[in-house]
Design a protein around this ligand. Structure first.
Ligand code: ATP
Length: 266
C-alpha cells in the first residue's frame, strides 16, 4: 500500500466542516503522461474548513495532481467532484469555479511593489464589493489594468490591502518586493491567490527553500487560512514536518514499483 493518510487529532473545525459535502473529491484518479504514470490511482477529499496536505518525494506526482485539478492535464481514469457535482476542470474557468493556485517557486515581479504584485492576481476576479473610490490606483494598476481592472481598481486595492494585512504584511504594502526575504515573498504569493476569493486554495510546495523556523511560521499561517475565503486548502509538499504543522490531514504519496515508472497506487 503506497498511499496512507493521517488526521491531526483535536484540531478545531467549524461545524460545516463536519457536515458539509467535500469541496473537492477525487475518486481513483490516475494520470498518464506519455508512457509514464505521472499520478497513480489516487482518491482523496478536501472537506470545508480543512487544510489537506499531499506529501511525497520529488517526481511522485504532486504537481501532476494539481495540474489535473486545474484542467491542464486529463486523467486517464477516475472522477473529480466539486461540491458534490462531477467536475471537468478547465484552466480558464478555475476562478469562476472557485479555485486559486500558487505555483512552485514564487513567480513574483521584482520591479513592482508588494501591493502591485498582489494586484496582478486580479485578472479574472469574478466580483468585488463596492467601496468608495478614493485611493490613488498606483503604478501597478496603470501597468496592468484592463478596462475592468481600472473600473474596479479602488475596490480591488482595498481587498488586496485587507489580505496583506491578514497575512501580516500591512507594513510592507509599498515595499520593493525584490528586497524582501523569501518567507515574506511567499506571503505575497498567498495574498495574490486570495484576491480571487477562492473556495479552494491550491498551494504547490509553499515551503520550498525556507529554513525550519520560516517553514514553521508559514505552516501556522496556512493552518489558519480556511475561514470563509478560502474555505479549504490543498497543499503539496515534500516536507512532511511542514505538512504535519500546516494540515488537518495528510495524504502520503510514495512511488510504487508495481506501477509504471513514477507512479503509485493504493
Ligand atoms: N510532460 C510529461 N511527460 C512525461 N512525464 C512527465 C511529464 N511531466 C511530469 N512527468 C513525470 O511524471 C512524474 C510526476 O511528476 P510531477 O512533476 O507531478 O512530480 P512532483 O511530485 O510534483 O515532483 P516535483 O516536486 O519534483 O515537481 C515524474 O516521473 C515526471 O518525470
Amino acid at each position: 500500500m503506497a498511499l496512507t493518510s493521517s488526521t491531526r487529532t483535536g484540531s478545531a473545525q467549524p461545524e460545516s466542516a463536519q457536515t458539509g459535502a467535500p469541496v473537492l473529491r477525487l475518486d481513483d484518479v490516475r494520470v498518464r503522461l506519455g508512457n509514464t504514470v505521472a499520478l497513480g490511482t489516487l482518491s482523496l477529499s478536501v472537506e470545508p474548513g480543512q487544510v489537506v496536505g499531499v506529501v511525497g518525494p520529488d517526481g511522485v506526482g504532486k504537481s501532476t495532481l494539481f495540474n489535473t485539478v486545474c484542467g491542464f492535464v486529463r486523467p486517464e481514469s477516475g472522477q473529480i467532484t466539486w461540491r458534490g457535482a462531477a467536475l471537468r476542470p478547465r484552466p480558464h474557468r478555475l476562478t469562476a469555479v472557485g479555485v486559486a493556485r500558487t505555483l512552485q517557486g514564487v513567480g513574483l515581479y521584482g520591479g513592482l511593489t508588494v501591493l502591485e504584485n498582489v494586484l496582478v492576481g486580479s485578472a479574472g476576479v469574478p466580483r468585488v464589493p463596492a467601496v468608495p473610490a478614493g485611493r490613488r490606483a498606483g503604478v501597478g494598476v496603470a501597468l496592468l489594468g484592463s478596462a475592468r481592472f481600472r473600473l474596479q481598481g479602488a475596490a480591488l486595492r482595498e481587498l488586496a490591502l485587507d489580505h496583506l494585512s491578514r497575512l501580516g504584511l500591512g507594513e510592507y504594502v509599498d515595499a520593493d518586493l525584490a528586497a524582501m526575504p523569501l518567507e515574506l515573498q511567499g506571503r505575497v504569493v498567498l495574498a495574490r491567490a486570495l484576491l480571487a476569493g477562492p473556495e479552494l486554495l491550491l498551494l504547490d510546495d509553499p515551503a520550498e527553500g525556507l529554513g525550519a523556523a520560516e517553514a514553521a511560521a508559514l505552516a501556522g499561517l496556512v493552518r489558519s487560512l480556511p475561514a470563509g475565503t478560502p474555505n479549504a486548502v490543498l497543499l503539496a509538499t515534500s516536507d512532511s514536518e511542514f505538512a504535519r504543522r500546516a494540515c488537518d490531514r495528510v495524504v502520503h504519496l510514495e512511488p510504487d514499483a508495481s506501477d509504471a515508472p513514477g507512479g503509485h497506487s493504493h
